[in-house]
Write a protein that binds this ligand. Structure first.
Ligand code: BDR
Ligand code: CA
Length: 310
């Protein structure tokens, strides 16, 4: 049976692709709501981009709830340098006609988990963790009811904003610390894994060749994202960070995982947002399922097959 999912995101081209993967996968995922958070771009743009993607996919019934417009304690830092001024540069989608849902994203997360039986709702968080942290603080009783929370963020090795930190955790380190200290059943999708899933001209051409309007739009916005990443020194091509989190929900067999302990550095001159990962001895408690390996070819086969459905 399809699992009920709330997708918390800050689109962003890779968020948009993750959202499309979810929409194209009704056997595995029943998307209850999309919640948006400030991250790659300010909240208003992220919320508009999520609605543009839903309209592009012909799925206006999925509600979009706007959440927090800034991190808990630090000022907002955005990533237009990678994603373009709109957050979804590379494609010219019409302004959304769909209104935003009236409920705040934090309340939507709480309500959705609370109104379904324990263990039946999953969260997938692919932006800064501000909304999720506030939901856990507002109603701690939802934490043990979660089936799973899949978090794209953090790194074991080098970060992508600073040597120490990955973007989502760096933008709101305090929120990440709340979530990783909550006892929730976390699956962490770190940069070390997502950097193995890269765009290249052949993969982009395969997406474009699918020929449907959604795949063509994806090829356009992914080409922009790839060019920006390459121009900024990522010669191996753009990493598809956020779709990896969705792929875990669709095909866990594509991945290898390890039990780990993860603490988040919230302060420090050099290490703000660092995920400090350790691997406990067998039998010792470990709170996080850390994804360590992915079958990148299998991932692209899955992505292509799902985009072909539009
Ligand atoms: C993460 O940061 C954002 O730029 C991407 O959308 C992804 O969620 C990767 O560090
Ligand atoms: Ca994101």
């Amino acid at each position: 049976m399809a699992r009920k999912l709330v997708l918390d995101c800050d689109p962003g081209q890779d968020d948009a692709l993750a959202l499309l993967l979810a929409l194209a996968s009704p056997e595995e995922i029943a998307l209850a709501a999309v919640t948006t958070v400030a991250g790659n771009v300010p909240l208003e743009l992220a919320s508009a981009n999520a609605r543009k993607i839903l309209e592009l996919a012909g799925r206006p019934e999925v509600p979009v709830h706007a959440g927090c417009a800034r991190p808990v304690l630090v000022p907002l830092s955005t990533a237009e340098a990678i994603h373009g001024d709109s957050g979804l540069d590379g494609v010219d989608l019409p302004p959304p006609r769909l209104p935003l849902a009236s409920e705040h994203a934090v309340r939507t997360i709480v309500r959705t988990i609370a109104e379904h039986p324990p263990g039946t709702v999953s969260l997938c968080a692919i932006g800064p963790l501000t909304n999720v942290a506030l939901a856990f603080l507002l109603e701690p009783a939802i934490v043990p009811r979660l089936a799973e929370i899949v978090v794209m963020g953090g790194a074991i090795g080098l970060g992508n904003v600073t040597p120490a930190a990955e973007f989502n955790f760096w933008v709101d380190p305090h929120a990440a610390a709340v979530v990783f200290g909550s006892g929730a059943p976390i699956t962490m999708v770190p940069l070390d894994l997502t950097r193995r899933v890269r765009l290249n001209p052949e993969r982009l051409a395969r997406i474009r060749a699918l020929g449907n309007p959604v795949a063509r739009a994806c090829a356009d916005f992914l080409a922009f994202y790839d060019a920006r990443c390459r121009a900024r020194g990522d010669g191996e091509g753009a990493a598809l960070h956020d779709p990896c989190a969705l792929a875990w929900l669709l095909r866990p067999g594509l991945f290898r995982a390890r039990r780990a302990r993860v603490a988040i550095e919230t302060e420090g001159r050099f290490c703000r947002g660092r995920s400090v990962v350790s691997f406990p001895a067998d039998g010792d408690p470990a709170e996080v399922r850390l994804l360590t390996e992915i079958d990148a070819e299998g991932f692209f086969e899955l992505l292509i097959a799902r985009l072909a459905r539009f």
